[in-house]
Design a protein around this ligand. Structure first.
Ligand SMILES: [Zn+2]
Length: 353
């Protein structure tokens, strides 16, 4: 048995293995067996930060992708995924569905940074190969991650038709959020939004959902668009260093994912639109001038709203003001390069927008 495999089976710590080999990990497989029950799970380590688990000799109906560390300093989702991996390897989580775990950007995890050279979550749906092409590690990684997801769903499709494809891309935001946790629901090109998925998000402690209304280069849009997966960018709170996360804050999400993977009843609350705060993107404000200023507190939480007429930003001579009731800000960043997005505003909306 290889040293790496031995190490993983002994420690169940795939995060440690990934961090020790941030650029490459030679693939290996192993069949995990769990005592009396005869239950078996096939484990395939496919690369650094990439591991797939499949129940052996058991019918599955879902292919589930759980990704984290697409931004390297977003530690809570990494800890959530590592804990689920550990529970699967130790047999504490009786896996009943196929699952692919992805630690998006291991070199950035080791640096404790959002990214090394380029924001990985702007490089999907082929963006990695545009412009200068595959010129840095993040671009190559985006391309590789796309292929792992494609292969994972393709293999599932060989097992049965009518499978449920899921992808939860787990993040924590740079800033606090007025509604602590929220999800971005990728643009579906007119397809209806899925209420059961919103119920599942609610189970994870998320009642605020931003309905994206255009194609993007995010990981979740890629999975939704390419594979028809129910895919979401899930923001679980504020970024903190390893060990400083209050994991109690993520308990609902951990429990919901545990139940999903182990095939337990999800106990979803009946759908009620009143349980949710739904928003759609209203304005995309790019920085076009050197002289660009945001006129609200630097630490203003995501989804903070302002009265109509409030001056949000000045960009040289141009003013950006609030024009709609309930218009709120998200993802402000005045320090972006000229031509890049500095701020989004959102407005309340209904599910079919
Ligand atoms: Zn992130």
């Amino acid at each position: 048995m290889s040293e790496l495999k031995q190490q993983l089976l002994t420690s169940a710590d795939f995060l440690a293995l990934t961090r020790a080999n941030p650029d490459y990990l030679a693939p290996f497989s192993h069949t995990l067996s769990f005592g009396q029950s005869q239950r078996q799970v096939n484990m395939h380590v496919l690369d650094t930060g990439v591991v797939c688990f499949e129940p052996a000799a058991q019918t599955t109906d879902s292919d589930i992708v759980l990704s984290c560390a697409v931004h390297g300093n977003e530690t809570a989702p990494i800890e959530i995924c590592q804990q689920l991996i550990e529970q699967i390897i130790n047999g504490q989580l009786p896996l009943t569905q196929r699952v692919l775990f992805l630690f998006g950007n291991p070199p950035a995890i080791n640096l404790g940074q959002r990214f090394v050279e380029e924001n990985l979550n702007r490089l999907f749906s082929g963006a990695h190969s545009q412009g200068e092409g595959l010129c840095n590690a993040e671009r190559r990684r985006a391309k590789a991650l796309e292929q792992f997801v494609a292969d994972f769903f393709a293999q599932g499709a060989k097992l049965s038709a009518q499978r449920k494809r899921l992808h939860y891309d787990l993040h924590t935001a740079i800033r606090a959020s007025k509604n602590d946790k929220f999800a971005v629901y990728p643009y579906l090109h007119g397809e209806p939004r899925n209420k059961e998925q919103l119920q599942f998000l609610l189970k994870c402690g998320i009642n605020t959902v931003l309905l994206s209304n255009s194609p993007t280069t995010t990981f979740s849009y890629f999975s939704a668009r390419q594979f028809g997966a129910h895919a979401f960018t899930v923001e679980l709170g504020k970024v903190r260093p390893f060990g400083e996360n209050d994991m109690e804050n993520f308990a609902d999400c951990q429990t919901a994912l545990y139940r999903l993977l182990s095939g337990q009843e999800l106990q979803l609350k009946p759908f009620d639109l009143a349980d949710f705060n739904l928003f759609k993107i209203f304005k995309i404000i790019n920085r076009e001038q050197q002289d660009f200023v945001l006129h609200f507190a630097e630490d203003a939480p995501n989804f903070s709203d302002f009265e109509q007429g409030y001056l949000l930003a000045t960009d040289g001579d141009q003013e950006h003001r609030v024009t709609e009731p309930g218009e709120a800000i998200i993802f402000p960043n005045a320090d972006v390069a000229i031509g890049q997005r500095a701020l989004l505003t959102v407005i309340p909306c209904s599910l079919d927008e």
